[in-house]
Design a protein around this ligand. Structure first.
Ligand code: SER
Length: 596
C-alpha cells in the first residue's frame, strides 16, 4: 500500500464521494445542540438524526463530511495502540437515496481503486440475522461479486448500529484490513481473529427505529450511514503499529520527548504517559476551540474537559514534563489542524488561556493535596492509609490515587486499595445513575415537547434581544423533555420586572399563534435577512432559517413547532449566573394550555 498522509485521505475521501453525487457538508460542533441525551458528538451521523428520520436536508439526499468526534467511554484505554478520545470520522450518507448495493460498491471502489488496498487484505462482516431482521445475504453477495472472499456473518452485538437507546438503527457491514500479524487459526477472519483484522469502516443500513419498548419499526426511508476512522485508516494504510505513530501525532510526540527528556517506546509506562498527554491535550484543544466551545467546570462537558486536562498535568509530572508546556502542545495542535477547523485559530487565545488557568489551578491542587496527605498520615495508626480517606483525597481534592500511593510509599505507608475501590464503586454507581438519567431521552430526542421547547428558546432569545439588548446572543442551549435551559451574554442579573416582561412577550407570541416559517437560503442571504447565527462558524452552503414574524429569525436545523400557539404557556423558573458575563435561564412550557 502507498504511503498516505492524513490530509490526503481527507481530500481523497471527500473528492471521491463528491464525484459520486454527494454534497460535502462541514463538520458539526462537538457539543450537540438541543440534544440532552449525549455530552458530545460521537459519530458523523449524530447531527444528521432529524434527516435520517425523514426531514429534508437542504443539501440533498447524498452527503459526505469529516466530522470531529469525542468519545470518552474508553478513557482508561487511552495510551494503548488504538484508543483516542478525539478522532475524525469520514462519512457518507444516503438519506432515502441509494441503499446496500451502491453503498458497498462505493466503499469497495474507494478502498481498492483510490487507496489501492489489495483485495486479499480486506475482510468484511455482515449481519447474521435474527427475529428482528433477516440474515444479510444481499450484502454478502454484493461483496462476493466484487471479489471479497473473507466474509463472515455475526450477530447483533457486532453487526447492528444503534444511534441511542431509542432512535434510528439498522444492521451494518463492517470492513476490516489485515494488519499483517500471523493468522491465529485456519480461515482467520474478523470474527475469530480480532488481533489480525482491524476495523476501519462501518456501513450502517438504517431502516429501523427502535422504540422505547425495544421494538424495531421500519423508518419512513431507508438510509445509509457510514463512518471511517481517519486515525485508524491512516495507521493501517501506512503499516504502522499505532495511531500515535501517524502524522496526526508524531511531531507532537517528538516535541513532548524533546521538552521532557522522556523516551517514547522505551518502556510501557513512559510510552503510555506520552500518548495520554498527546491525546488529552488534542481533545481539550478541540473542545475549548469548538465553535460552541466549553471551558473546564464541575458539570457535564466542562467536567470531562477538566478531567482530561488534569490527567494531562498528572502524566506530565510523571515524565518530568513541566506542565506549563501543555500550552505549547496545544498550540501545536491548533497549528496542525487550523486549515481544516478554522474555529481553532479563531479561538486560539481562549484555548491557551483556559488551559493555562486550569493547569495552574490543578498544580496548586496537587501541592495542597500533598500537604493534606502529610497531615492525614500523621493520624494513621499502623502502616496503611484507609481507602475511604484515599478516595476522599481524590474526590474532594482531585488528588489522583497514583500520587497518593506514591507519596505514601515514600513515607513508608501503604494504601488500602480494596477500601479505595469500594468507595470508588459506590461513587460510580451514583454517577452512573446520573448518566442513565441523561441517556433516557434517547438520541436527538425529537419528541413534541422538546420540539416545542426548541421554538420557545427562539422566542426567548428574540424577546431578550428586543427588551434588553440587541447584543445578546446564545451562548449555550440544552433542552430536555421537562425544560429549556438557555445561556446568553449579559453582565448582571435580570430584575423581576425584566423577567416578567420577557415572559409576557413570549406569551404574547404564543397567544397570537404566529406561524413558524422555515426557509432555505445561502449563509449570505441569511445574514442579509438579519438572521441570528454564529457567523464565521461553518454552516453548509445552504442553511435553514426559521422565522417567527415579529419575534425572531435564526439559522437553525430545527425541528420546530409549526405555529406558536402549540406551546401553550411559557414560564421562567430560574434566572442565574452561568459563568462570568453569562446568564442562564431555565423555563418551561405548559402545552395543556394550548388552544386546540
Ligand atoms: N454510525 C456508525 C458508526 O459510528 C457509522 O457511521 O460506526
Amino acid at each position: 500500500m502507498k504511503e498516505l498522509k492524513s490530509y490526503e485521505l481527507r481530500e481523497k475521501y471527500l473528492k471521491f464521494f463528491e464525484a459520486n453525487g454527494h454534497k460535502i457538508i462541514p463538520s458539526a460542533s462537538l457539543i450537540p445542540e438541543n440534544d440532552p441525551s449525549v455530552l458530545f458528538t460521537t459519530a458523523g451521523m449524530h447531527p444528521l438524526v432529524p434527516y435520517l428520520l425523514g426531514q429534508k436536508h437542504p443539501d440533498g439526499t447524498r452527503l459526505t463530511d469529516v466530522q470531529k468526534c469525542v468519545r470518552t467511554g474508553d478513557i482508561d484505554e487511552v495510551g494503548d495502540e488504538t484508543h483516542c478520545t478525539f478522532f475524525e470520522m469520514l462519512g457518507n450518507w444516503s438519506l432515502g437515496d441509494y441503499f446496500k448495493k451502491e453503498s458497498i460498491t462505493f466503499s469497495f471502489k474507494f478502498l481498492t481503486e483510490v487507496l489501492e488496498i489489495p483485495v486479499e487484505k480486506l475482510a468484511v462482516t455482515v449481519f447474521a440475522g435474527d427475529e428482528d431482521c433477516a440474515r444479510d445475504e444481499f450484502a454478502a453477495k454484493t461483496w462476493a461479486d466484487l471479489g471479497i472472499k473473507n466474509i463472515c456473518y455475526l450477530p447483533k452485538e457486532n453487526n447492528w448500529w444503534y444511534a441511542g437507546a431509542t432512535g434510528p438503527c439498522g444492521s451494518d457491514t463492517e470492513i476490516f484490513v489485515d494488519n499483517g500479524k500471523p493468522a491465529k487459526c485456519e480461515n482467520s477472519n474478523p470474527g475469530n481473529d480480532p488481533d489480525k483484522w482491524v476495523e476501519i469502516w462501518n456501513n450502517v443500513f438504517m431502516e429501523f427505529f427502535r422504540t422505547k419498548d425495544g421494538k424495531f419499526e421500519p423508518l419512513k426511508q431507508k438510509n445509509v450511514d457510514t463512518g471511517m476512522g481517519l486515525e485508524r485508516t491512516i495507521c493501517m494504510i501506512n503499516g504502522l503499529k499505532s495511531v500515535y505513530d501517524t502524522d496526526l501525532y508524531s511531531d507532537v510526540i517528538a516535541k513532548i520527548c524533546e521538552l521532557s527528556g522522556a523516551k517514547y517506546g522505551e518502556d510501557k509506562e513512559t510510552t503510555r504517559a506520552i500518548r495520554i498527554i498527546a491525546d488529552h491535550i488534542r481533545t481539550s484543544t478541540f473542545l475549548m476551540g469548538d465553535e460552541r466551545g466549553i471551558v473546564p467546570s464541575n458539570v457535564d462537558q466542562g467536567y470531562v474537559l477538566r478531567r482530561l486536562i488534569r490527567r494531562s498535568v498528572r502524566f506530565a509530572r510523571q515524565i518530568n514534563l513541566d506542565s506549563k508546556q501543555l500550552v505549547t502542545i496545544s498550540k501545536m495542535f491548533i497549528d496542525k489542524y487550523k486549515a481544516y477547523y478554522p474555529e481553532l485559530a479563531m479561538n486560539e487565545n481562549k484555548v491557551l488561556d483556559e488551559l493555562a488557568k486550569e493547569e495552574e489551578k490543578f498544580s496548586k491542587t496537587l501541592e495542597n493535596g500533598i500537604k493534606e496527605i502529610e497531615k492525614v498520615l500523621k493520624f494513621v495508626q499502623g502502616d496503611t492509609l484507609n481507602g475511604k480517606t484515599a478516595f476522599r483525597l481524590y474526590d474532594t481534592f482531585g488528588f489522583p490515587i497514583e500520587m497518593t500511593k506514591e507519596i505514601c510509599a515514600e513515607k513508608g505507608f501503604k494504601v488500602d486499595m480494596e477500601g479505595y475501590k469500594e468507595a470508588e464503586e459506590k461513587h460510580q454507581k451514583l454517577s452512573q445513575m446520573g448518566a442513565e438519567q441523561k441517556f433516557k431521552g434517547g438520541l436527538a430526542d425529537s419528541s413534541e415537547q422538546t420540539t416545542f421547547l426548541h421554538t420557545a428558546t427562539h422566542l426567548l432569545l428574540g424577546s431578550l434581544q428586543k427588551l434588553l439588548s440587541k447584543d445578546i446572543h446564545q451562548k449555550g442551549s440544552n433542552i430536555t423533555a421537562e425544560r429549556l435551559r438557555f445561556d446568553f451574554n449579559f453582565d448582571r442579573p435580570l430584575t423581576e420586572e425584566e423577567k416578567k416582561m420577557i415572559e409576557d412577550n413570549v406569551n404574547k407570541a404564543i397567544q397570537e399563534d404566529v406561524q413558524v416559517i422555515c426557509e432555505e437560503m445561502t449563509v449570505d442571504q441569511a445574514r442579509e435577512a438579519g438572521a441570528e447565527g454564529v457567523f464565521g462558524s461553518k454552516y453548509g452552503d445552504i442553511v435553514k432559517v426559521y422565522t417567527i414574524p415579529g419575534y425572531d429569525k435564526e439559522i437553525c436545523g430545527g425541528p420546530h413547532a409549526t405555529h406558536t400557539g402549540q406551546l401553550g404557556e411559557f414560564k421562567i423558573i430560574k434566572e442565574q449566573s452561568s459563568s462570568a458575563g453569562i446568564r442562564r435561564i431555565k423555563a418551561v412550557i405548559d402545552t395543556s394550555k394550548a388552544k386546540k
